[in-house]
Design a binder for this molecule. Sequence first.
Ligand code: NAD
Length: 305
Amino acid sequence: MPSNMRFDGQTVVITGAGGGLGKAYALFFGFRGANVVVNDLGSSSKGEGYSSKAADVVVDEIKKAGGNAVANYDSVEFGERIIETAVKAFGSVHVLINNAGILRDISFKNMKDPDWDLIQLVHLKGAFTTTKAAWPVFRKQKFGRIINTASAAGLYGSFGQANYSAAKLGLVGFTETLAKEGAKYGIVANVIAPIAASRMTQTVMPEDLLSMLQPEWIVPLVAHLAHKDNEETGGIYEAGAGFVSKLRWERSEGALFKTDDSFTPAAILARWTEIMDFESKTPQYPSGPNDFMSLLESARELPSN
Ligand code: NAD
């Protein structure tokens, strides 16, 4: 990142910015000239309790360094209050980083409704309410940068995290749609799957690995995506320990069947290797729900299966 990349005049809202990744983002933007809204409920990593201290400490650090920051202690369930804090303090919002998160890890067999519901509430509903409140501001000013936070658990699945995986992949779909709907209003939306040492990971990863995973190593990617010069939208990025990469969907070339009485389970089985083939045929990289529709015309001409 250029050492002069600055965010003067930009208001950056970061949820869950009292610790971990959110704190690293808040300090960066605060030191680079942005007006920062440091939101944090101050709960435990399981979503229990409340404290204003987490957000206050980060705000104090930014202010001591000569930056501009205000605290907000609302749960992300009430995202409109967080955006209201930004607009009242700084007149607008330009960047929204949906980062707040909790875990309720438990095997699927033992997962109870509250384990499921609270995870969806904080991750999905939280991102929805903040974005919903920021959206009209973004549209009006024809500018907005949204960074949502997914997880490798959502992209690939992870033992004991069915609730969290579902929410995190939900945020990928959410982001992809925001990118499409926001395009003509200058609203850019991307989603990251970070890996970093924080209280979330400190109990599940060995010490030597954690030492390589500083939250600060996620900051350069987030800063780039948040910057006004970045127009790349709808991207899914994995980042951690200095590694940054982009993900996309890959679809096998597949098989196209005549849709008549010959389209049977046996017909599928006969061409199963083609359906599964990512090697010898040309893979496709779809980016929209209708990407395969052009095939349908050629399907009319096919002989029976
Ligand atoms: P963290 O626990 O250090 O930080 C999360 C912050 O969110 C905490 O300060 C917490 O108080 C706050 N928070 C929790 N519920 C809230 C609510 N309802 N409203 C407002 N604030 C709330 O964890 P972290 O590792 O920094 O995680 C940040 C984000 O990154 C999360 O969304 C997490 O799921 C995601 N993530 C982290 C990793 C990782 O390796 N650390 C991996 C994948 C995804």
